[in-house]
Design a protein around this ligand. Sequence first.
Ligand SMILES: Nc1ncnc2c1ncn2[C@@H]1O[C@H](COP(=O)(O)OP(=O)(O)OP(=O)(O)O)[C@@H](O)[C@H]1O
Ligand SMILES: [Mg+2]
Length: 340
Amino acid sequence: MRIISPSEARMAKADHIKKLVASFGRSQEFRAATLRIIDDAATQGKQPFADSLRKILDANVRPDYQASGQPSLTALASQIDPATDLVDEITVSRGLNDIVLNSDTRILIDDIIEERHRSEELRRHRLPISTRLLFSGPPGCGKTLCAEVLARELNLPLYSARIDVIISSFLGETASNLRRLFEFVARRPCVLFLDEFDALARTRADAAEHNELRRVVNSLLLMIERFKGPGLVIAATNLPQFLDEALWRRFDDILSFDPPTEREITLLLSRQFANFPAHFDLATPVSKLVGMSYADIERICIDAIKKAVLKKRKSVSETEFAAALRQETRRKGLSSRRNA
Ligand SMILES: Nc1ncnc2c1ncn2[C@@H]1O[C@H](COP(=O)(O)OP(=O)(O)OP(=O)(O)O)[C@@H](O)[C@H]1O
Ligand SMILES: [Mg+2]
């Protein structure tokens, strides 16, 4: 356990008092701020004070779900399953045939699926199975899609953690949110997706950040490290340069999702035009698409098919594909100028 210095404790106390005053008129924020003060008092050994403050709080400020005769939907849902407010369930429909992967990543994915299907054999030999994965790569190259594919292939529901809700402005509630989240994943087999993981990691590295927030992020990392299943935890980042050594070590496997090479572009095009054919050699545009993401290329194909459908054609011509490609290049130019 980390020992807090007296000056850190004083700062934290001052912060809690500021939050308490700032929450005037908003009973749930007031309750959260007071709970934080109670927690602190208890950890500093001031149990009688913590107990009496808790009694006063419970008698005067009820939790959200008891606040009125009509509990709010969120509160009701979190009573039925105490973490549904911390995750979004993502509908899973796509499987292995819907994703194009580079050969290294494909091998890792196949191994993860096989491990799960044959987990009993591995368990008999006391061998662990992968439960924590890190997906790394630029936008639009299949990190979220692959989480969906894994969930589908493993027959598990997919939940995306609502990091913004979990690490809320009521820091006092964050530790208990994290606990609830990991209790939820430990109880029910599922794939838990932690998107934009770099944002969290950066919070940890940034020395100027609030100490307490840094502690919270460290405890999230510890929970990931200790996670043993039954499901899978997948973290995703498109800024791997922000992740330090200590973070990489917490994962069983690291999978990279890079922009497609010519081989993968050819595969993607043939899948995109499987149901609505192209009336030209698909090898022709490949070199012009190098450097784009899967999502960009998919958009070009969909635009080209749309053009053909609107012209009441039965297949996409090279002209329609070229027009869709020009449109995408223009769009990209506009968006990069906006971001410059
Ligand atoms: N490897 C791929 N194979 C086939 N389709 C893909 C692939 N990658 C992306 N796509 C298509 O692009 C869409 C967007 O990709 P996805 O959301 O998985 O990207 P991401 O890597 O999670 O990006 P971000 O970093 O922005 O979250 C997918 O839903 C899918 O339709
Ligand atoms: Mg994504």
